[in-house]
Write a protein that binds this ligand. Structure first.
Ligand code: ADP
Ligand code: MG
Length: 692
């Protein structure tokens, strides 16, 4: 492989390719569309499409696809070839502006949450020129938004793009008052991606991993993560080869894969990219997940992106590092060097704090999934309660501002717009790993998203709720006679009113949920509990105000999330039943039979049979317990289908079926520890986690 700068982005129709291949006027017009969202006329689109096609064909492509992100949280594509018949029975390769700009994949089987029943069934894809086209598996991929005939968003990208526009507008209003010459504000994200790698042959022997993406049974291995010898440890050769291959492929796609390391749990790893605008970072993260999985196959691994593949050890998250910056290169969450910059920083900081407090319910709902329910609050990931960690220093400064007293280290007396904030070194703001929403020096790290989740959802919410608070601030400040006084008052008041959400303590402690309840913070523990927040009136109001989600679009998301939750649990329950009947109980029976036979033989020789008899008794008792639990689960799975309301069904899955599944797993895992290895039907946690 040539050196990295040479091949980086070689499969991307990026700025330099555009410059090289497009006539100057076309390039300029396209650039205007990319930078400012100006509409592109069809003539220009025709030239761009043709240049894209030539470039792709030279690189061996025969097909193109509109690449989109339906509400499944995955990516979708429908390939069309470039061929176009000629009169003499040959073909030429063609790609028109019309085909570039708009597609009609129909794609009516994607979940629409009822949006399509009421309107035209057809789905349309529309080019998102702000995200570069790229080549994947010999196909030219055009990043697109996916909408219904009436323009309702059937995907994750459309609302995200709308939310970026919302935060751009409201942040610019604020900046104008500070005399900034910025003309565009973007929200950025750097998603840290955690994942597990297990040996593919072993994976193939576990029905639960294949069908549910997580182990539904499994006794803990004698060794877990207690030695912490895996975290940042030397990466094993086979994993290293995988990571190298993965990096190379991501780099070719222009994805800034930056850091890689082993994580806390055995067989767990992390990849973090350099951050980008929220829509490109989302596209890149979706691609990263896809390529992680594909590359794993090549190296004899299975890449597990589930939030909790194994009980008893850490699950996987996707830390969402979020900031907002201007096109003049200012990070608005970076404390500045001058008093004016600091006042501006404090205003943006308090806007985020207020937004997270006012909209904690929907922020929580934006990361809800059956898989993530296992993670949140499980002593490895933040609890389901949203709070903000600011670190002692920044909290001290805010307290001093509210109380009008000197900041404790006496160096400064904080007066907004007059004084300079003390400098916060990154390491003092980054110690608390138990917080769901931590300020880390110049960005916020939202740690609740699960590893499998598309980051589109949480960032759509973050962008919109912060936009709303910024607009409230702007409304107030624009009316003020004295900007400085009004600013001072606004910041003080906002901090005071939102102090309940700031928590620098241990989020894993037993005291925290009690304290949080006193503070009036929400604790939405499961998906069925969290999801209805999408339809709370204040949330419907804010999302429709910014045109990010209409009420119908929110309703559709609720339907889809609950439906997906129910289906996931249903698959898990059926898989557990299947494995119990076809694998675990037969294995236990066979072992009991053999041991009992051994006992008979031993007895006939006059030998002692304590082990045999005790083992037979112990396993038989567990088999009975398991059989009963199995019966309960089967009966409840039958019951669930008579429930019509989706919310009620989700509640039943959570309260009853999920509990049944837990009750079935307990005796099964105990049996695993008693039955001989040769008898056990599938690889154990030891095999899966420590073999590679
Ligand atoms: P840590 O493990 O300490 O959280 P990592 O290096 O694993 O740090 O990941 C940090 C992530 O934060 C990276 O993806 C990085 O690009 C991203 N990041 C850094 N600065 C910003 C910023 N200003 N806005 C958004 N993301 C950022
Ligand atoms: Mg990290």
């Amino acid at each position: 492989m040539a050196n990295v700068p040479e091949y980086f982005g070689s499969d991307v129709f990026n700025e330099s390719v555009m410059k090289e291949r497009l006539p100057k006027a076309t390039y300029k017009a396209l650039k205007k569309t990319i930078d400012n969202g100006d509409p592109l006329d069809i003539e220009v689109a025709n030239i761009v499409a043709n240049a894209m096609k030539d470039w792709a064909v030279e690189k061996g492509c025969t097909h193109y696809t509109h690449w989109f992100q339906p509400m499944t949280g995955l990516t979708a594509e429908k390939l069309d070839s470039f061929i176009s018949p000629t009169e003499d029975g040959h073909v030429i390769m063609e790609f028109s502006g019309k085909e570039l700009v708009k597609g009609e994949p129909d794609a009516s089987s994607f979940p629409s949450g009822g949006l399509r029943a009421t309107f035209e069934a057809r789905g349309y894809t529309a080019w998102d020129p702000t995200s570069y086209a790229f080549i994947k598996e010999k196909a030219l991929c055009i990043p697109t938004a996916f909408c219904s005939y009436n323009g309702e968003a059937l995907d994750k990208k459309t609302p995200l793009l709308r939310s970026m526009e919302a935060i751009n507008k409201s942040a610019l209003r604020i900046l104008k008052m500070f005399g900034s010459d910025a003309t565009r504000v973007t929200a950025n994200v750097g998603p840290e991606q955690e994942y597990f790698l297990v040996d593919r042959e072993m994976y193939a022997k576990r029905e639960d991993l294949i069908l549910a993406g997580r182990s539904l049974y499994g006794a803990p291995a004698p060794k877990g993560q207690e030695l912490e010898d895996h975290y940042f440890g030397t990466i094993k050769t086979r994993v290293q080869a995988y990571m190298k291959d993965l990096d190379e492929q991501l780099w070719k796609l222009g994805i800034y894969a930056k850091t890689k390391h082993n994580e806390v749990a055995p067989a767990q790893h992390e990849l973090a990219p350099i951050y980008g605008t929220t829509n490109i970072a989302t596209d890149h993260n979706q691609l990263t997940m896809e390529i992680m999985k594909r590359t794993a196959r090549k190296h004899g691994f299975k890449c597990l992106l589930h939030e909790k593949p194994f009980a008893g050890i850490n699950g996987s998250g996707k830390h969402n590092n979020w900031s907002i910056s201007t096109n003049t290169g200012v990070n608005l969450l970076d404390p500045g060097k001058t008093p004016a910059e600091n006042a501006q920083f404090l205003l943006f900081l308090t806007a985020v704090i207020k937004a997270v407090n006012d909209y904690q319910d929907i922020l929580r709902a934006s990361v809800a999934s059956a898989g993530n329910d296992h993670r949140l609050g499980a002593n490895e990931a933040p609890p389901a309660i949203i709070s903000i960690f600011l670190g002692d220093e920044l909290t001290g400064v805010l307290d001093a501002i509210v109380n009008g007293v000197k900041y404790e280290d006496k160096r400064v007396e904080m007066e907004i717009g007059v004084d300079v904030l003390p400098h916060f070194p990154k390491d003092t703001t980054d110690r608390n790993r138990t917080s769901p929403f931590a300020f880390t020096g110049n960005k916020f790290e939202f740690r609740m998203p699960g590893s499998k989740l598309s980051v589109a959802g949480p960032n759509t919410v973050l962008n919109t709720i912060v936009a709303d608070v910024l607009d409230q601030f702007a409304d107030e400040l624009e009316k003020a006679d004295n900007f400085q006084d009004a600013l001072d008052d606004l910041i003080k008041r906002t901090i005071k009113e939102n102090q309940n959400i700031i928590f620098n303590g241990n989020g894993y402690s037993d005291e925290w949920p009690v304290e949080a309840e006193k503070r009036g913070l929400l604790n939405l523990k499961s998906t069925p509990e969290a999801v209805p927040a999408f339809l709370a009136q204040k949330n419907v109001d804010v999302f429709s105000k910014y045109g990010v989600y209409t009420e119908a679009e929110l309703q559709s998301r609720v339907e889809i999330l609950l439906d997906e939750y129910c289906k996931t649990l249903n698959i898990e329950a059926l898989t557990m039943i299947d494995m119990a009947k076809k694998e675990i109980l037969p294995a236990a029976a066979k072992y009991i039979k053999d041991i009992a036979k051994t006992a008979e033989l031993a007895k006939s020789c006059g030998a002692e049979t304590v082990f045999e008899e005790e083992t037979v008794k112990e396993i038989s008792a567990l088999v009975t317990e398991m059989y009963k639990a199995l019966g309960t689960l089967e009966a409840d799975v039958q019951k669930v289908h008579s429930i019509e309301d989706t919310q009620e069904m989700a509640n039943f899955f959570h309260d009853t079926i999920f509990a049944d599944m837990g009750a079935l797993r307990v005796p099964a895992d105990k049996i695993e520890t008693l039955v001989g290895k040769d008898y056990w039907p599938y690889p154990t946690y030891s095999d899966l986690l420590f073999y590679v």
